[in-house]
Design a protein. Structure first.
Length: 216
């Protein structure tokens, strides 16, 4: 398949790519509770919606086809390259796979999965000891797994935006913002003063820049 040929209706690729990313994320997140499964299911729905439009049926391209062809008269909307809408709208030339946004997407995806992996490893061992997870990424922020999911979603949005995933993203942000509140109530009930001390010195989502600089 070359970039100048139609690249849709490839449902095998939709299934394969969706399965790869969902299984990969599952291997690190390991949902156990109903809340975990809701979190993971929402992430999985985003991934499926993304790859359906990337390789299956380009709904966003079709809905925007009139506007795209008016603004970019030389654009062939049925090519794979046309799906990289950020690249098209910013007027980037050449292969969008080597553009700055695409490269940035790989950085977000790579760091997101790396953070998810490290967080799960720390959390797994802490749960086995019936202790509070405070090492590794948990020493910088209280909810690295949710931050990792958001980084991964951002990476995909930079690479291939669709109307559906753009609508889903703020909903997922709200979900990942509210779930920690419930989790922290449970941690307070379980660990009491230990969790209170941890929460006072460790931010919820954004690490202290000064502390990170000192550690570096």
């Amino acid at each position: 398949m070359t970039h100048d040929q139609p690249a849709y209706g490839l449902w095998t690729l939709v299934i394969f790519n969706s399965a790869i990313f969902i299984i990969f994320a599952y291997s690190f997140f390991k949902p156990a509770t109903a809340r975990d499964w809701r979190t993971f299911s929402a992430f999985s729905a985003f991934i499926v919606a993304l790859f359906v439009e990337m390789y299956g049926f380009p709904l966003t391209i079709y809905l925007l086809s009139s506007w795209l062809q008016t603004r970019y008269p030389g654009l062939d909307i049925l090519t794979h390259d046309a799906g990289h809408l950020w690249s098209t709208m910013l007027g980037e030339k050449g292969d969008p796979h080597f553009g700055p946004l695409h490269i940035a997407s790989y950085v977000f995806l790579g760091f997101g999965f790396y953070l998810l992996s490290n967080a799960w490893n720390v959390l797994y061992h802490a749960q086995r000891r019936h202790a509070l997870a405070t090492a590794g990424p948990y020493a910088r922020i209280r909810h690295p797994q949710y931050v990792a999911f958001v980084l991964i979603l951002l990476g995909f949005l930079l690479q291939w935006p669709t109307l559906l995933t753009l609508l889903m993203f703020p909903i997922l942000l709200l979900m990942y913002g509210r779930l920690p509140v419930t989790e922290e109530a449970e941690m307070r009930a379980q660990f009491g003063a230990v969790f209170e001390g941890y929460a006072k010195r460790t931010p919820r989502f954004f690490p202290h820049i000064s502390r990170a600089s000192v550690a570096a």
